[in-house]
Design a protein around this ligand. Sequence first.
Ligand code: HEM
Length: 221
Amino acid sequence: MTVLEATPFSALIRAASRRQHEEAETSPFIADLLGGRLGLAAFRRYTEQLWVVYRALEAAADRLAGDPVAGPFVRPELFRTAALERDLDHLHEGGDWRAALRPLPATDAYAARVLQVARDWPGGYVAHHYTRYLGDLSGGQVIRSAAEKTWGLAHRGDGVRFYVFEAIGNPAAYKRDYRARLDALPVDGPERLRIVEECRRAFALNTGLFRELAGSAPRAE
Ligand code: HEM
């Protein structure tokens, strides 16, 4: 067994994406969001882009549920599309946001990659799943409280439901279980490296989206 195969996969993917995580976490868009320097319109636009991305992530769920690699990750308690729709109904005050929604080019690129791996490569899908859902269960909570405070949104209510996992009572325990599922992935050394590489790509797609959002976002008055 090589060192690569002896390292638990959850530790490997975490260590291998640490630098990308730091880059995402400190990107100007996220820093401005956390610092209360963005207007509600910017948060709304970000939420719209997330809707496009999560629709792509969740569109293939039924088909992937029985897959030996991706299947263990496809769990209804994580699904975010319905929560995003409630948030957007609220943030648009009931307006027809679907008709008006214009995905940014970075969002289109991100969703296209997710759809591609969901179709062709279950290991790649796991990389994207990990990058978003484990992040939402962690740093997502920091974003939620900043959003509640900055725009006066109801605590864990409409507008920030995306960040609230109603069916997950103990996020720390859930994350431990998620990491155990990563460690149990039935994949060999080279495939592990490919999945880690795809995780870095998933982070880069997020950072690219933050860059475009920063370029297009109206600042707080
Ligand atoms: C507001 C900005 C962010 C903060 C404050 C933040 C904070 C954190 C913290 C504290 C953890 C560790 C949780 C734990 O060990 O249980 C974590 C994990 C993680 N975050 Fe973030 N994060 C942020 C943004 C992001 C973004 C933008 C992404 C990707 C799109 C992301 C993806 C992840 C992932 C995948 C993990 C799991 C790492 C692992 O344990 O394997 N985070 N984050």
